[in-house]
Design a protein around this ligand. Structure first.
Ligand SMILES: C[S@@+](CC[C@H](N)C(=O)[O-])C[C@H]1O[C@@H](n2cnc3c(N)ncnc32)[C@H](O)[C@@H]1O
Length: 576
């Protein structure tokens, strides 16, 4: 590292600011439109002036978005270079505290409380009082098994310190000592619900929202807990004792892979899961241990116990989705559906509409959204393309609650029959459909798999893809929406696809001082990769990995439409 590299990074930042300013100037006809201030909240449900709307919308302009990413990448690289290693290390290794503080902000409804307080903000004593007024309501937006806060859990002092950490990390503003207000970053988590609505119906907090708050809550709850078990899961050191439970994992004699005693007689992991996720590793059993079949079976059972850090953290043999459907997880289950709406934010607005040539489909074409949840993405297609019929397939419990999760906003669409749900296990053969307005459908025009492949190991994905391949007609397309991760090193793979085509196009020019994958500006893709490891022992994939996987199930990738500068892509494949 030399001064010339520091200067080159500085120049990247300066050049990118110039690019952003140029777009703002040109698009506002030189009216002096300013870049949105971090200090000013922007609530997506509120009324805005045309200038405010344009200033916000331009952040999504491809040139602005790309320049912003260069700034983030360069600042990250520059900061890591010049920061005292101890400070940088502490910021990173203690990041969990910041994550917990953001979850607290969301779960305590502080963003909504501060929205109503306005730009002058609210003293922490008044914030604290309102948190309690909401939380001591009998109903709670938090998962059912969460006891309401009591003064013993949360002191005034604690609230103030958590909020100050957030203000220091640019998530709030401390406008006067102990007085906090929302800023642009915190306002992004707003649900738009009034405090009165949250008091009246806390369980509806995420209904009719953009899902961002639900995603924050889900990540801060389940994901933060299971990811803390990553190393214990990956590097179990203790040997079997046959006693203890995962929840007692601080016991020095505890073996993370030993079966919890109360589950010793439970059905096998495969039976409990019902979809093959948890027993994925068991199939790789070492067949020759002492030649003793009973012992081998027992060993296999043990290996299957904690397939992913999630299983370890929550002491369950169930896969994540069946676990979510347990009665005690009712709140988490509903929240997960809304969190999937939040995942739209990985894409540019309504990216699914640009991810495929929907307009080229014939009248009455059928899109099957496989593992589509509440249909958070395919509903955008149904709305924008009246010639397309959408059928969402998912597990029974998801299907039975999907329509009610949307509230009244799409009632006409559902009543028209152009968007419907049916229960299907995607590991089973695809049964032909009958759509009242169209009659029997032997093969759909498109199978969509969005955020599904990344939930599963390769062998499970192959099973899912093979079932779709068996059901496909010659014109059926497979559309996969997931992250596509490039390497972080400057080899050719970061610049081109497996077949040499420019499918992943460069994120940076070859002489740039930035990492070829844009480093921390694209960290989100690599974080989700590890989140999937934590949840399912699954992963996000590279272009090469996805190409090989789809081919193994009879699908050939023909097009990749990447969100500019992002890890997110829609990949189209056809039957081979
Ligand atoms: C990460 S979510 C993605 C939801 C949706 N595709 C989206 O992008 O919003 C994965 C979905 O797969 C569903 N799923 C899990 N196992 C399934 C199975 N065996 N058969 C059908 N759906 C399943 C889950 O219920 C969940 O809705």
């Amino acid at each position: 590292m030399t001064f010339s590299t520091l200067r080159a990074l500085h120049a990247v930042i300066g050049g990118a600011i110039y690019d952003i300013e140029r777009v703002y100037r040109e698009r506002s006809q030189d009216s002096g439109l300013e870049y949105p201030s971090l200090d000013e909240p922007y609530y997506y449900t509120a009324q805005h002036t045309p200038e405010e709307e344009l200033a916000e919308a331009l952040k999504g302009d491809p040139a602005v978005a790309a320049a912003s990413k260069r700034i983030v990448a360069a600042c990250g690289q520059l900061a890591t270079t010049v920061n005292k290693p101890w400070f940088g290390l502490m910021e990173d290794v203690q990041r969990g505290q910041f994550s917990s503080a953001i979850r607290f902000l969301e779960t305590a409804n502080i963003v909504e409380i501060l929205r109503e307080a306005g730009p002058a903000g609210l003293h922490v004593r008044d914030i604290h009082r309102q948190i309690f007024e909401l939380r001591t309501n009998l109903k709670t937006a938090a998962p059912e098994d969460t006891a309401p806060l009591t003064p013993a859990n949360l002191s005034l002092h604690a609230s103030g310190h958590i909020l100050r950490l957030l203000a220091t990390g640019h998530y709030l503003r401390e406008v006067a000592p102990d007085v906090f207000a929302n800023n642009r970053a915190s306002s992004y988590i707003d649900t738009g619900k009034s405090v009165a609505q949250l008091r009246e119906a806390p369980e509806k907090k995420y209904n009719d929202t953009d899902g961002v708050a639900a995603f924050v809550a889900m990540t801060g709850d389940e994901a933060l807990k299971f990811i803390s078990c990553l190393t214990e899961w990956a590097l179990p050191e203790k040997r079997a004792t046959g006693t203890g439970t995962a929840l007692a994992r601080t016991d020095a004699n505890f073996d993370y892979r030993a079966p919890p005693p109360e589950l010793a007689l439970a059905p096998s992991a495969a039976d409990a899961n019902g979809n093959g996720n948890v027993n994925g590793d068991a199939a790789n059993g070492d067949a020759n241990v002492n030649g003793d079949a009973a012992k081998e079976k027992e060993k296999e059972k043990e290996r299957a116990r904690y397939v992913a850090p999630f299983n370890l953290a929550f002491n369950t043999q169930l896969g994540y989705f069946p676990w979510l459907e347990l009665r005690e997880n009712a709140g988490r289950f509903v929240r997960f559906g809304h969190a999937m709406t939040g995942t739209r934010q990985w894409e540019i607005k309504h990216q699914i509409l640009q991810g495929f040539s929907w307009e080229a489909l014939p009248e009455g074409a059928v899109l099957v959204d496989v593992g589509g949840g509440i249909g958070a993405q395919s509903i955008l297609v149904a709305q924008a393309h009246p010639h397309v019929h959408v059928v969402v397939e998912d597990r029974e419990q998801v299907v039975s609650t999907a329509v009610s999760a949307w509230g009244p906003q799409y009632a006409d669409l559902f009543a028209s029959g152009r968007m419907s749900w049916r229960t299907r296990d995607f590991f089973e053969a695809w049964p032909p459909l009958t759509i009242p307005a169209l009659g029997p459908v032997d093969a759909p025009a498109v199978f969509l798999l969005r955020l599904v492949m990344h939930d599963w190991k390769d062998e499970d994905c192959k099973r899912i893809l093979s079932q779709l391949r068996a059901a496909a007609g010659p014109q059926t397309k497979l559309l996969i929406g997931d992250m596509l991760l490039p390497n972080a090193c400057a080899d050719a793979a970061a610049y081109e696809g497996a077949d040499g085509s420019a499918v992943t196009f460069p994120f940076v020019t070859k002489d740039s001082p930035l990492l070829p994958n844009l480093g921390v500006a694209n960290l989100h893709g690599y974080l989700i990769d590890i989140m999937m490891m934590g949840m399912f022992d699954a992963k996000e994939r590279t272009v090469d990995e996805l190409t090989a996987l789809t081919l193994s199930a009879g699908w050939k990738i023909v097009e990749i439409r990447r969100t500019p500068g992002s890890m997110w892509a829609y990949t189209t494949a056809v039957p081979v």
